[in-house]
Design a protein around this ligand. Structure first.
Ligand SMILES: *Cc1c(COP(=O)(O)O)cnc(C)c1O
Length: 461
């Protein structure tokens, strides 16, 4: 089909929003390894997760067989408030790069949370409400997840307690206030409101916090408070499931114009947007119907895929969550304080980890100055100020589009533009002032994190 016939924005109709999520694990030949009980190292049973997570979400977490799961009507209705999200042909960027590559991006920043996180937040809040709970607790790093969850909880009239990584709490006061506007209670982590927080503060008095630590605090509060459960905005398989709306919509939009991407690129923190974006495409790949190259992009300062170990590890610093087999830098790993670009979680979703291990997806690590260069270049021609996280994907999309120019290949690239960067201006300021630094952890830095990985039979490092 002729290029010129493809509009700048491919919008789907409201009626084309998916009514079922797609569960990528159902079509994986090698399933992700099961979660383990941290005490016994035995595969976890659903009931063991009930004190932490909502029951319906536990079922989704453990479901590796059903390819499609119905999206409850109330969630479908909420999705209509801000979905379908546009699939944009990056004509301006292609022109600026003077590349024969055709570039598409799926833009998830068109809601107040400024990211794709709302897709899962509304689902998790829905199941909490359905179970008759009073509220939920969570952690947030950059703040997008906390914001999304606050919005979802206010919609269902649920209490929302957010533990926000201290460095973000201080650097992003506006995010904090958005959450409060939606009625959430926001606490900088580590805090003295939990046992684990107190312990971490004693051990590391000046710490700026980490996601793993904020998770531990949120889990502690959830398990100690009647009528509360813990919810998580990334990493878990259930979150990838909810995020499959991104990929399903993208595929539907591309199919309308007969476009098949050769290369699909997503940034990877815990893996939820990437897992969601690739889901239907990866399904075709697993079933042998089509082939796609898939690249996960991570920060060089938090390189879980490219330098991590594929072993069982704790999902949190407090070592209370189940053990997950994943690419990990160790739950004690804290990225350099200079790292401004988000994507700072130590591990990676177990299903994506298995795919990477099996060579079905690739990964690249990029440095933050080059990420912000890509962000700036993109913002100036495409008109959207991207989130630093999303800009990791932009970096690699630009690099590959430029490679096409050398080789003359007319590749079609699809990448996920997960959100906007309006609350990340402290990071942009550093970049604009030329004081942003790149820090790549040394092997010695990484070893400290690896030393904290639990050792047991079958889990050698
Ligand atoms: C949270 C977030 C990410 C990273 O999380 P994943 O679970 O890896 O998708 C990426 N981009 C934005 C804008 C985010 O808010």
């Amino acid at each position: 089909m002729e290029n010129t016939k493809i509009p700048y924005k491919i919008y789907l109709d409201e009626s084309e929003i998916p009514t079922q999520w797609y569960n990528l694990r159902a079509d994986m030949k090698n399933k992700p390894a099961p979660l383990l009980n941290p005490g016994t190292h035995e595969p976890l049973k659903a009931e063991e997760l009930y004190p932490i997570f909502c029951e319906d979400l536990v079922a989704q977490e453990l479901n590796v067989t059903d390819p499609y799961i119905d999206i409850p009507e109330e969630i479908q209705r909420f999705y209509k408030m801000y979905r379908p999200s546009p699939l944009i042909r990056a004509y301006f960027l292609e022109k600026a790069l003077d590349t024969p590559a055709k570039i598409y991006y799926k833009f998830e920043g068109n809601n107040t949370s400024g990211s794709h996180k709302l897709n899962s937040a509304i689902a998790q809040a829905y199941y909490a409400k359905k179970q008759g709970l009073k509220g939920v607790t969570t952690e947030t790093g950059a703040g997008q997840w906390g914001t999304a969850l606050s919005m979802a909880c206010s919609y269902f009239g649920l209490d929302c307690k957010v533990y926000m990584v201290k460095v973000s709490y201080e650097q992003k006061p506006f995010r904090r206030e958005v959450m409060k506007t939606y009625g959430a209670e926001v606490t900088p982590s580590p805090s003295v409101t939990t046992e684990i927080g107190k312990k971490i503060l004693e051990e590391f008095p000046g710490t700026t916090g980490s996601l793993g630590c904020a998770i531990s605090e949120a889990v502690e509060v959830a398990t100690k408070s009647e009528g509360y459960r813990y919810v998580l905005g990334s990493v878990l398989n259930q979150v990838l499931l909810h995020q499959s709306v991104i990929g399903l919509e993208s595929k539907k939009a591309l199919d309308k114009y007969g476009v098949k991407p050769d290369l699909i690129i997503g940034c990877a923190g815990g893996g939820s947007n990437l897992g969601g974006l690739i889901a239907p495409f990866a399904g075709e790949k697993f079933r042998g119907e089509n082939d796609y190259r898939i690249i996960a992009v991570e920060p060089a300062s938090c390189p879980s895929f490219t330098r991590g170990k594929y072993v069982y590890d704790f999902c949190d610093t407090g070592m209370v969550c189940p053990l997950a087999k994943m690419y990990t830098l160790g739950s004690g790993f804290i990225p350099s304080a200079n790292h401004a670009g988000g994507l700072r979680y130590h591990g990676m979703n177990p299903a994506l980890s298995q795919l990477y291990h099996d060579g079905l997806i690739e990964a690249r690590a990029v440095e933050q100055n080059s990420v912000f260069e890509a962000a700036e270049q993109f913002a100036r021609v495409e008109g959207i100020l991207p989130a630093p996280e999303s800009s990791h994907a932009i970096r690699v999309a630009i690099d590959d589009a430029l490679k096409c120019k050398e080789t003359g290949g007319e590749k079609t690239i699809l990448f996920g533009l997960t959100g906007t960067g309006y609350f990340d201006m402290t990071a942009y300021e550093k970049f604009n002032d030329g004081v942003m630094t790149d820090y790549i952890p040394t092997d010695e830095d990484l070893k400290k994190g690896f030393d904290g990985i639990p050792r047991f039979e079958g889990n050698e490092i």
